[in-house]
Write a protein that binds this ligand. Structure first.
Ligand SMILES: [Mg+2]
Length: 149
């Protein structure tokens, strides 16, 4: 049995907008999969979390990262670059979830090895649907690197 079925998936949400954090938490709660959603609100904290620094020493390596692009301190682009150039971290799928749909953000994110780019919808229902689709695809359909070996 996949150990994740009992312990659930660990997802790191890097998001500075409290409204979006709340929506994401609620949407995953509605879902069928058990999700432990950890939240950090800027890019520096994201890297500290992933490198298990300080208070994050005992935190699990996430199965999946949801990354906003526009963040205080280090922005999402810098975070993405740091993750994907780190041998220990680069296999974790990073889903860019942003209100930006600017062409250069799309191109640049994939260039930095984002695993997908999702335009964050502004209305509640569409946002919920996106999270459901993330759950269905990334937590049910795919085999994540953390579930093997
Ligand atoms: Mg933001």
């Amino acid at each position: 049995m996949d150990p994740r079925q009992s312990r659930g998936h660990n997802i790191l949400l890097v998001e500075d907008n409290p409204g979006d954090v709340r929506l994401t938490q609620e949407a995953f709660k509605e879902g069928k999969k058990k999700v432990n959603l950890e939240v950090v609100m800027d890019g520096i904290e994201a890297l500290r979390y992933l490198n298990k620094e300080g208070e994050y020493a005992e935190c699990p390596t996430p199965d999946l990262i949801l990354l906003d692009l526009n963040l205080p301190k280090w922005d999402g682009r810098q975070v993405l670059k740091a993750i994907k150039s780190d041998k220990k971290l680069r296999s974790i799928p990073v889903l860019v979830l942003t209100t930006s749909n600017a062409e250069h953000d799309v191109i640049n994110s994939y260039d930095l090895h984002a695993n997908c780019f999702i335009n964050k919808p502004v209305d509640f229902d569409s946002f919920f649907m996106i999270i459901q689709q993330i759950e269905a695809f990334w937590l049910k359909t795919t085999i994540l690197p953390t579930s093997v070996g």
